[in-house]
Structures are given as structure tokens and as C-alpha cells.
Design a protein around this ligand. Structure first.
Ligand SMILES: *Cc1c(COP(=O)(O)O)cnc(C)c1O
Length: 367
């Protein structure tokens, strides 16, 4: 069986360094808000190219804190609108509705799987405050056009960078530094993954950084003094220590993903299977390798029977979920098509080229 992603094999790549890092924290007697978090925040800021990194409990919280901080700062208020791609993992949308803000769902393009930037201007209203872009699948979602719209309409540009650690814009800037603030997830399967939950906000905005850090620590920046009704949303020292190790190897891990993806792009040739538009290699860190197939479920079963494990990202779009009943009747045909046809092939830093070749051979035989 070729697994979709073997986390065990990924961890094994760095096992000695991870064991050393974890043992160091265990011995230190200091488990929250300490030297490992400081070190990770410093290293991650340097890597992303922002002034601040604020570690927090997970990627969903990171996004929630960005919008909440803008509300506390008076930049947004409940009822304001945030433009967001309709095809995303639900966390992006949850972070908006959690804060009483209104997501305005915009269709993606079928060839890029990213928000269609030509549809953004027509949905801007006097209540629009932000555009949230999602570098879904590890693909760059940023464009000059989006940056320009944000400038002209005075909108915040927020990045969901949960799937794209190390991805670059055409000018070499790293995703997470392209807008006003970015949310990052360190869920174990992400390109930069912890051995448990973790997340971070990156930004160059001093005030936003202070408010996010305060919110994620019960709303307190001074012991036993509470400015906001925050929550406990901290990154623990063990995860920060693991992330320091994994961050050192992120570029090489992404390079393995890129090599496998290049092999797939060159080798996959089947009239029933479409690949999204190929981006310049710097603009895609291949968190996932999505393909589109009208007979998706049949393809998935066929691959499973032939020893290739795949996952659908994602089977039900946010507007068709039970938790968002009010949108169930919306018609978003491109989004619905992607969710009906998408299948993600195995990819990861521990996968071998021989396995990639095997996937290619099997998928090309799908009739
Ligand atoms: C994983 C993910 C998140 C949420 O991250 P968690 O750490 O699981 O909370 C947010 N957005 C996207 C696009 C994701 O893939």
C-alpha cells in the first residue's frame, strides 16, 4: 500500500533531533511561554519575513484572533463583510462567523482552484473590511490584482497560510508576509507540522501583534490583569521545540514534495484526469497534489484497489454544510464542481520516487 501520507515516516526523518528537543523541554521544567516559544517565534518571523510571530494553540485560533483583534482595535465590527473563496477548508469561514462577521463567498477558477480575482470588485460593499485569501493545496493565491483592490478600497488583506509554509510570491516574498496578517497551522500533516496542535499569527503590525498575543493569553498581557475576554490559546514548549527542528528542514522537505509533484506533472497522462494549471515551482509547496476527475469516486476506488491511498479535499463545500444552513440553497457551480471532482494523490517529504512512479503507472491505467 502506498499511503497518502505516513506521519510516522515523516517524524522518523528527524527523529534524533526531535527526541533531543523534546527531552530538553522535559528536563527544563518549563512548559509554557518560555525559551522554546521565543526561539520559534524569532526563527519563524525571520523565515516568513515579518516583524512578529505570535504562537497560539492551532490554525483556526490564529485566524479567529486576527479578526477578533481587528474588532478590538475598532477596524472591524460585527456585521462587517469579509470576502473569501467559497472553496476552502471550513476553518477560514469559521474564523469569520465566529467573530460575527459575514463571509462573502467568491467562486474560484477551475484551472487554478484559487479565488477568481476578476469577481472580487463586484461584491465589494460599504461594509466590506477585508479579503481573506487561502493558499489552498500549497498554491499561491495572492495576485497583484488582489493587492491593488485592497489598496484602492482600503481593505485588510488576510492570508490563510495553513497549507503553504514556504511558498513564494513572484517577487520572492514568502506567503504569510504578503498582507496585513496571516494565520498559520502546524497541524501534524501540514508542511510545517508539530506533533500535536499548533498555530501562529504573523504580521508587521505592532498593535495587532500585541492584541493577538493578549487575546491568546486569556486577554491578559500583565499577570492577573485582563484587558479582553480572551481564551487560553497558547503554543506549548514541546511543540515549539519540535517546530524549531522541523523549520530547519522545511525547505528540504518542500523540495522533496516539489520533486514528486514534478514527476507527477510529467508522468500523469490520462484523458479522464485533469491537473490544475502548473505554477512556477516557487509558487507551490504542494501541501497536496489535487487532480480533477468527473468519475472521482470511481477513480478513488480503483486506486484503493490497486494499493494507492488518496483523500478528497474536500467532499462537501462550506456552503453545503449543515452548520451553514442559511447558505445551502446558494448556487456556486465552480466550487461545487471542484468539491465533486477533486482527489488528492499521495505526496510528502518521506515519499520515494519509486512510489511516485508506481502511482503514475497505476493512474495512467485507469480506464
Ligand atoms: C488546517 C487548516 C486550517 C486550520 O488549522 P488547524 O490547526 O487544524 O486548526 C485552516 N485553514 C486551512 C486552509 C487549513 O487547511
Amino acid at each position: 500500500m502506498i499511503p497518502f501520507l505516513s506521519l510516522k515516516d515523516v517524524t522518523a526523518l528527524y527523529e534524533a533531533e526531535i527526541n533531543e528537543a523534546v527531552a530538553r523541554v522535559v528536563k527544563s521544567g518549563w512548559y509554557l511561554q518560555g525559551a522554546e516559544n521565543d526561539e520559534f517565534e524569532k526563527n519563524y518571523s525571520q523565515f516568513i519575513g515579518t516583524k512578529h510571530t505570535i504562537g497560539c494553540a492551532n490554525g483556526l485560533d490564529a485566524l479567529i484572533w486576527i479578526f477578533r483583534a481587528y474588532i478590538e482595535m475598532g477596524v472591524m465590527k460585527p456585521g462587517d463583510e469579509v470576502i473569501v473563496p467559497a472553496n476552502t477548508y471550513i476553518a477560514t469561514i469559521l474564523a469569520i462567523t465566529e467573530n460575527g462577521l459575514v463571509p462573502v463567498l467568491v467562486e474560484p477558477r477551475l484551472d487554478t482552484l484559487q479565488i477568481d480575482d476578476s469577481l472580487i470588485e463586484e461584491v465589494i460593499t460599504p461594509r466590506t473590511r477585508a479579503i481573506a485569501i487561502v493558499h489552498l493545496y500549497g498554491r499561491l493565491a495572492w495576485s497583484e490584482k488582489i493587492a491593488d483592490i485592497c489598496k484602492r478600497y482600503n481593505l485588510k488583506l488576510i492570508e490563510d497560510n495553513a497549507q503553504a509554509h514556504g511558498c513564494q510570491a513572484p517577487d520572492g516574498r514568502i506567503t504569510g508576509s504578503l498582507g496585513d496578517a496571516a494565520g498559520h497551522s502546524f497541524y501534524p500533516g501540514k508542511n510545517l507540522g508539530a506533533l500535536g496542535d499548533g498555530g501562529a499569527v504573523t504580521t508587521n503590525d505592532d498593535e495587532l501583534a500585541h492584541v493577538v498575543r493578549t487575546l491568546a493569553n486569556y486577554g491578559s498581557s500583565k499577570k492577573y490583569v485582563f484587558e479582553y475576554t480572551g481564551r487560553n490559546s497558547r503554543l506549548d514548549e514541546i511543540q515549539a521545540a519540535v517546530l524549531n527542528v522541523k523549520l530547519r528542514h522545511l525547505v528540504e522537505a518542500n523540495d522533496v514534495r516539489k520533486a514528486i509533484a514534478a514527476r507527477y506533472i510529467k508522468g500523469i497522462n490520462n484523458k479522464y484526469i485533469k491537473l490544475p494549471q502548473t505554477l512556477p515551482m516557487e509558487q507551490n509547496v504542494f501541501h497536496l497534489f489535487p487532480v480533477l476527475c468527473d468519475r472521482r469516486d470511481e477513480l478513488q476506488n480503483y486506486l484503493q484497489e490497486n494499493g494507492v491511498q488518496t483523500i478528497i479535499h474536500y467532499p462537501i463545500p462550506p456552503h453545503k454544510q449543515e452548520c451553514y444552513k442559511e447558505w445551502n440553497a446558494l448556487s456556486l457551480p465552480v466550487t461545487e464542481k471542484i468539491h465533486a471532482c477533486e482527489l488528492s494523490l499521495p505526496i510528502g517529504p518521506a515519499m520515494s520516487m519509486a512510489d511516485a512512479d508506481e502511482v503514475i503507472r497505476i493512474i495512467n491505467d485507469f480506464k
